[in-house]
Design a protein. Structure first.
Length: 432
């Protein structure tokens, strides 16, 4: 028996010896291809020309976040609507993204947009259309205020990223929940984070960025298809997954019933599901609310979204309550039976930290440095779109809830607003 086994092994080794030159490239090609795609995508991303725009908001904004939803709807125009294969595989092009940012420090709260320069006109026209009295101008990058590398001997850093708790087709609580017919009872969801930023002391800063990229290739609008599948599941309709079972599923049921026929009466799950579906057409109020909420979300433009914040303070006066307040401000968007935000904070050293305290300290320092660099670079996810990643998807209504210009009822004292309205010259003014 062992001689036969040894003979088989010798035969395999002999075959590999003669054809290794043919087999090895087949194994190495996927590795080479992935490395090449990452290289050309990184090269393309580094070639993008970026600019920083500061938006000075009007003093008295009477509009609701609905106006900002229209701005985000226009941002869907940056989607390529399907790139050519030569652009993807030869030039390394990826879907573009834009960062909408808030920066709070002792001097006030500012609003910024970090964008590829070619989208400047799109952004300015979209904002002016909804906020005619706003002022937009190019500004210096505020992230250079504390230097290029943090933490250091003077300043410490805390940071986190926010992602959705459940699947992307479940919506969060949006601005429509906070609206009331009367102005006295109307709430602005951005008031909480504005208040936190307005109370910062000298040498303290909170930065918040919302990076968006329209959904599409290569993943397509899978989140919308998944939402439709969920609606069909709740309403009892036949889903696409059940349809794909087709003849194979029916054949399996027939063989199973034939095998157990001597001891068990045949049963047909497909027929039972049809009867159950006929009965389950009437949904209870809870299910009706879920179906309506999912339908509303998937009916609007969706954006792959990365929400990231960092808190910076001097080491001798670091205030943990401020980053906790930022995380707490995102809890207002949660709905228990739908969706919510969860902060993504990497583990500090893992199980090794229990045995090696120094390793925990080094790991924590590396994580703080990484989150700060991600923020400064406006990195879209961990790999900046150079490798496939799974992102949370927010639609225009949800984005307008998380990021918009504060309405008049927000009384945060240090919001940077336009104090005087600019007026153009009269139309008949002589130009000589």
């Amino acid at each position: 028996m062992m001689e036969v086994l040894y003979g088989i092994i010798d035969s395999i080794v002999l075959i590999i010896r003669y054809v290794w030159w043919l087999i090895l490239p087949l194994f190495l090609f996927p590795i080479f291809w992935n490395l090449r795609m990452r290289y050309i995508r990184t090269r393309y991303v580094k070639s993008i020309e970026w600019l920083m725009l500061e938006v000075k908001i009007p003093k008295d904004i009477l509009k609701t976040p609905k106006a900002m939803e229209q701005v985000f709807s226009e941002m869907a125009a940056i989607y390529s609507f399907g790139m050519k294969p030569v652009d993807i595989y030869l030039n390394g092009k990826v879907e573009p993204w834009i960062s909408f940012e808030m920066a709070g420090h002792a001097g006030g709260v500012n609003f910024y947009i970090y964008t590829p320069s070619k989208y400047r006109n799109l952004i300015e026209s979209a904002i002016y259309a909804q906020y005619p009295e706003a002022e937009i101008h190019q500004a210096e990058d505020y992230t250079e205020l504390f230097g290029n590398t943090l933490p250091n001997k003077i300043y410490d850093v805390f940071g986190a990223e926010f992602g959705l708790l459940k699947e992307s087709y479940y919506p969060i609580r949006t601005y429509q929940y906070f609206e009331e017919p009367t102005e006295e009872r109307r709430l602005d969801p951005i008031a909480a984070i504005s208040e936190v930023m307005s109370n910062l002391k000298e040498g303290e800063a909170i930065w918040l960025q919302t990076l968006i990229s329209p959904t599409g290739a290569p993943s397509g609008n899978d989140w919308q298809a998944e939402g439709i599948e969920k609606i069909n599941e709740i309403t009892g309709k036949k889903t696409e997954k059940e349809k794909k079972k087709g003849l194979g599923g029916a054949l399996y049921e027939w063989i199973r019933n034939l095998f157990f026929a001597p001891v068990k009466y045949p049963d047909w799950p497909a027929l039972a599901k049809k009867e159950e579906a006929a009965v389950s057409k009437f949904l209870n109020p809870h299910e009706q609310e879920i179906v309506k909420a999912i339908s509303n979300k998937i009916s609007k433009f969706g954006f792959e979204t990365v929400i990231r914040f960092v808190y910076i303070d001097r080491r001798d006066s670091f205030t943990p309550s401020n980053p906790i307040a930022v995380i707490g401000s995102f809890q207002q968007f949660g709905i228990s039976h739908l969706n919510a935000f969860k902060p993504k904070v990497a583990a500090k050293g893992g199980w090794l930290a229990h045995f090696f305290p120094k390793y925990k300290e080094l790991t924590e320092f590396a994580l703080k440095k990484e989150i700060f660099q991600k923020y400064r670079e406006r990195r879209f996810g961990a790999y900046n779109k150079t490798k496939p990643e799974k992102f949370s998807v927010l639609n225009t209504e949800e984005l307008a809830t998380v990021y918009h210009f504060p309405a008049i009822m927000v009384k945060a004292p240090r919001l940077r607003r336009v104090e005087a309205k600019k007026v153009g010259p009269p139309s008949g003014l002589p130009i000589e």
